[in-house]
Design a protein. Structure first.
Length: 260
């Protein structure tokens, strides 16, 4: 776990600025690496680029250049969200979110996961954020989410109090947030990449009475989400390979025709 020290909480509730996709990704990576690989933190631009473009624990997958990350860092620095560390052979960067957003360690881990992946269920969020800070169960997560929601740092996209409740961070533009709400509207929960759905649980039966069962269900939700993502990635790879093979065959046939 990280040795970062959070600042005291603030009672104020500011209006949060809209952050671009690049800004969210850079901030999420800085928090993640500070907690999971503190030996290389603060991060160089090269390390940030690698972290922004890595395939695991990211949604969507990006392919940012050095210059794009550098421009994003300048923008975040102007907003007081990151700091440049000089004096070494390479300039390095650290986030300034404890001081700016007034959060605890687990709260910042939750926001980092939302910045890195966007909307997700409570179960997915608990499993994923626990790789940075221990969150024992869903009740603990919900206790952490409550003040974040009151401060509008997190936004619920579906009704609270149900297993499978979906939430996101509070840095979307109004248009993005409207799109996210529409995407998660309805009374069904999709359990596969396409075509399979089941009715959403009623509020009465939403939460198991056995705490151990609740923890296991949360873990299964996180694993299922990761499997869905892997299936989608595999489908994209197969589609790309098929397209490349088709293009290659067409070029060979054209070359053969020209030679004949």
């Amino acid at each position: 776990m990280s040795t970062e020290l959070p600042s005291p909480a603030s009672a104020s509730t500011p209006d949060w600025p809209v952050l671009s996709m690049r800004e969210r990704r850079v901030l999420g990576v800085l928090v993640e690496k500070a907690k999971t690989t503190p030996d290389i933190y603060p991060l160089s631009v090269n390390a940030l680029v690698s972290g922004c473009n890595q395939k695991s624990n990211r949604d969507p997958h990006l392919n940012l250049s050095d210059s794009e990350v550098e421009d994003t860092l300048v923008s975040l620095q102007q907003q007081g969200l990151v700091l440049k560390i000089t004096g070494g052979r390479v300039e390095r960067w650290r986030h300034h979110l404890y001081e700016t957003w007034h959060l605890g360690k687990a709260e910042l881990a939750i926001l980092a996961e939302l910045l890195l992946r966007g909307p997700q269920t409570e179960g997915e969020l608990r499993t994923r954020a626990s790789r940075m800070e221990d969150i024992a169960d869903l009740d603990t997560l919900r206790d952490l989410l409550r003040p974040l929601a009151e401060r509008r740092l997190v936004v619920y996209l579906t009704p609270e109090g149900r297993r499978g409740t979906v939430l996101t961070h509070g840095f979307h533009s109004p248009k993005e947030l409207e799109h996210q709400r529409a995407a998660h509207k309805g009374e069904t929960l999709h359990l596969a990449t396409e075509g399979v759905s089941v009715p959403a649980p009623s509020p009465v039966s939403a939460r198991p009475t056995d705490p151990g069962m609740e923890a296991r269900l949360a873990a299964v939700e996180g694993e299922l989400a990761e499997l869905r993502r892997q299936v989608l990635d595999l489908q994209k790879q197969i589609q790309k390979r098929t397209t490349d093979d088709t293009d290659s065959t067409d070029k060979k046939e054209q070359g053969s025709s020209s030679g004949g």
